[in-house]
Write a protein that binds this ligand. Structure first.
Ligand code: GGG
Length: 332
């Protein structure tokens, strides 16, 4: 068996602080894990003129697994710049963004939530094709049968008993209609045992805010999945705790859902839990090491139960101390 290798890409802002901490936890559960470092993000663009240097893409392709921290993109158009995470998703064809939301033992987390949002990751409005004549701007929103079918297959594979297809086919009957009908057809073929229902995205948002316990797995086009997964992250206790993984064929990039948090970057107080739990997703989906994934998730729950908390959770622990609490719970 080859040695599992992980490319660490801290990126911008607090990504620099949380990724090395997540790596400590991964090495505690997988001592043979080989780590390599690579660059991506706005900082990388300023140093190299590209947000994701070719060497970074090569390293990820070779290893098959990366842990990315966060990216901070300018809110204005900068010639030659394209968001690092969008570049990686497209260059590596990371077509499925999987975002689990589990209740964690925290006073502000809602109990009995255990849902998965499967987001199409390569098209929709994220194709980034905007044109302007100075008065009118048009943004392309692409939905294809191919991308809808493959995200449908991932969702069908991951769902336990029920899959909810999210769309807005009452307003976008052609594009979202294709998404819905294609996902339905794939699920009927590959998981006939699965109960399938569908919700308009606005109704899905309402139910996710009101009764998140009712959901098992949701599958959604790119932008809807992005927005709904941030909303749902409230239920696990906040964005500082929400993990995700971008999956392609033979390649994956895990990343905390949170961004670069420039307001707290450099202070050593960022919550590392989302990055640590993203590491658990690598164990589960890439290295097929369920015992390592469960050990990390259990250790996080235990550390939180024991009262470990960074300032975003009302505590005083630093990023490193929070990781130490998880390592202590692991018995490492
Ligand atoms: N770890 C996810 C992350 O960094 N999110 C921030 C994000 O996606 N920002 C958009 C961008 O700057 O490209």
């Amino acid at each position: 068996m080859t040695t599992p290798t992980l490319v660490l890409i801290p990126g911008d802002g607090i990504g620099q602080e949380v990724v090395p901490e997540a790596a400590r936890v991964l090495q505690a559960v997988m001592p043979a894990l080989h780590l390599v470092e690579a660059e991506a993000g706005w900082g990388a663009f300023q140093r190299h003129g590209v947000s994701v240097p070719p060497a970074t893409l090569d390293a990820i392709r070779q290893a098959g697994a990366a842990l990315f921290g966060a990216v901070q993109s300018p809110a204005r158009k900068v010639a030659g710049y394209r968001s690092a995470i969008l570049t990686m998703r497209q260059a590596l064809d990371l077509y499925a963004n999987v975002r689990p939301v589990h209740s964690l033992p925290l006073p502000n987390a809602r109990p009995h939530v255990n849902l998965l949002i499967v987001r199409e990751n390569t098209e929709g409005l994220y194709v980034g094709e905007e044109t302007s004549d100075g008065e009118t701007v048009t943004a392309q929103r692409r939905i294809t049968r191919r991308a809808s079918a493959r995200i449908g297959r991932v969702a069908a594979h991951l769902a336990r008993q029920r899959l909810t297809i999210v769309h807005k086919a009452n307003i976008l009957p052609v594009s979202d209609g294709l998404f819905r009908d294609t996902v339905r057809a794939v699920v009927a073929e590959t998981r006939p045992d699965l109960a399938v229902d569908e919700l308009l995205v606005d109704v899905a948002a309402y139910h996710l805010a009101r009764t998140p316990e009712r959901f098992d797995t949701l599958v959604a086009p790119n932008l809807y999945g992005d927005i709904l997964s941030d909303l749902a992250a409230v239920w696990c206790g906040g964005l500082g705790l929400a993990p995700s993984i971008n999956l392609g064929d033979g390649v994956a990039v895990a990343e905390p859902v949170h961004g670069s948090a420039p307001d707290i970057a450099g202070k050593g107080i960022a919550n590392p839990i989302a990055a640590i739990l993203s590491g658990a997703l690598l164990c589960r989906y890439v290295w097929r090491n369920e015992s390592a994934a469960s050990a990390i998730e259990q250790a996080v729950a235990t550390a939180l139960q024991r009262g470990a908390a960074t300032p975003d959770l009302g505590g005083t622990l630093s990023t490193r101390e929070m990781t130490d609490a998880v390592l202590a719970a692991l018995g490492a």
